[in-house]
Design a protein around this ligand. Sequence first.
Ligand SMILES: [Zn+2]
Length: 311
Amino acid sequence: MPNSKFVNKINFLQEPGASATVMPSNDILMYLEKYIIAPAEEKCEYGIYSKAREIPIFFVSEKTINQKRLAIVQGIFFDLRKLLEFVDGDRVWKLWENELNTTERLLLKKNYDETLDETLVKWTDPIGLYLPKGELQDQGPEIWVSYEKICNLHQNTQDSKYTTALTLVHELGHAIMDAPTTGLYCLKTWVEEPLANMIALHYLDSVGPSKTYGNARMDYVTDFVQNQPENYALGLNLFRSNRGFDWKAWKNAKWLLCFKNDALVDWVEYIKGNLANVDDRRLKDLFREIVRQPIEFNQTLLQQAEKLYEK
Ligand SMILES: [Zn+2]
């Protein structure tokens, strides 16, 4: 049995076999539950607190979280190759040109190559993961947070605490949006990640200023999100928008994702070119197209879906 710390109702777990230093202090665990998640839930009622009590939340080492993320990114490459089968090649390269160099493009066109591992690591620097059941593993769902890595990245304990709170609620955001999907991960992530950040920001904001530190927490996490990669940073736009980007609509549309490649590519293209000055109405229109139901099926859509199911 993994070593566990019980604080009130959430069962925080230590990665089996890892050193005790991967666990935050009892004070921080208490802070996460009593001062963030529980009071925020009373205001927002997204069901995050009940997810937090239901899903195992593991604090894992830096090494463990990096390895798992690598496996996920290999899946993204698999998806990118699929995407090339039914989206115009130039459009695909335009989307990924900043991420991939020439060698990687050549590798991508051929079969997946072990030498890509090093390349893939640079893409990603995970501090938390939501692992849905069946996507990469049989057990699940699980949440992994690397407090060890968060502390290594920050000089200041207060910053580590805020980052841990943001990360945990972000992963719980994935948990409440979880639904079976057959869409391409490489496209799905451009909607899922900003929405998870939007949810996390709503949660942290709803707690209000702290008696001791005022708005320091909210200022810190807003800045943090703004400096994340584009798809995560978009979460701040969604949070600040008054147009209401509905995460429940996204959850309910996931089963349709295999028919939504064009709408998703349009969304990614728009964000990639316009993050600094997103037009809210345009963004909402693109979002509406992604979550729109019912849809009219045509031959092309059905063929694309069939190819996706092949995997
Ligand atoms: Zn995420």
